[in-house]
Design a binder for this molecule. Structure first.
Ligand code: ATP
Ligand code: MG
Length: 246
């Protein structure tokens, strides 16, 4: 039990959840390391949604609303951290959740699908029937009715290689990645430099709030490179303020 008055309560709570889901076979051990890298970036963002991230979340909602075939790609960590929130977003968009794993096994994919269904998911794609071109990792295995035919794909804790492959296939990619300098972050059409824990509920909120007539304007005004630069500047600012602690 983590005492609720611990200064790092929330962060520790999510660690506990990942460890629990690791034991259940949903998260892989490499996923724990990836989360650690994410935590480090989250720390120097002040563990909150910075303004450029909020702008990206608004743009992501607009792009998802304008999509013909949006798909939410889910990996082990995302499913462990925000299963209920992913289902909520999937319902708000009427978009399927697709299990897509770097360290893929049939058993783990099935467990993730079952976890999402236990949280109310109606459409979960987890049995691939197609292979994406230009990608050699297990992530190439996708569903025809999901990622293969999607026009917009939302990804979290993503691999740069797959982002590149999805882009080459003409898809728009929205990435949630706490590292604004990763290949994924630089390659995506919209990069949300925020923790999935905050990003997914925020996107859902904006999906519900955004009016049809606002979509075009939101997308026109969003520039991913400019937004990434803003994100790095926020980190720099946080570090400058942190000097006072020393
Ligand atoms: P790339 O291949 O895009 O350059 P990478 O190889 O540096 O990325 P990976 O280890 O493949 O990175 O993926 C982990 C990424 O996910 C890291 O950039 C990390 O910051 C991010 N990440 C980890 N946990 C979270 C989280 N909870 N929310 C958002 N991003 C996260
Ligand atoms: Mg990588």
């Amino acid at each position: 039990m983590i005492p609720p008055d611990h200064p790092r309560y929330i962060s520790l709570l999510y660690r506990e959840r990942l460890v629990e889901k690791y034991k259940e076979g949903i998260v892989v051990i490499q996923g724990l390391i990836a989360h650690g890298r994410g935590e480090a970036f989250d720390y120097i963002l002040g563990e909150r949604t910075i303004p450029p991230a909020e702008r990206a979340e608004k743009a992501a909602a607009a792009l998802l609303l304008s999509a013909k075939r949006p798909v939410i790609s889910v990996n082990g960590n995302a499913a462990a951290l925000v299963p209920r929130e992913l289902v909520e977003l999937s319902k708000a968009l009427n978009a399927p959740l697709e299990v897509n794993l770097f360290y893929r096994s049939e058993e783990r994919a099935k467990k993730i699908a079952e976890l999402l269904k236990a949280h109310g998911a109606e459409r979960v794609l987890w049995r691939p029937d197609y292979e994406l071109e230009g990608l050699s990792s297990e992530r190439r295995k996708v569903s025809r009715e999901g990622i293969a035919s999607a026009d917009v794909v939302l990804v979290a804790l993503e691999d740069g290689d797959r982002t590149e492959a999805l882009k080459k296939l003409g898809k728009k990619v929205i990435a949630i990645d706490l590292n604004p300098l990763s290949r994924t972050a630089r390659m995506a059409d919209i990069t949300i430099v925020d923790n999935v824990i905050r990003a997914i509920p925020n996107i859902s909120k904006f999906v519900k709030q955004t009016k049809k007539e606002e979509i075009e304007e939101i997308l026109k005004n969003f520039n991913n490179r400019r937004n990434l630069i803003e994100s790095v500047k926020w980190i720099r600012k946080w570090l400058d303020n942190a000097l006072d602690l020393l």
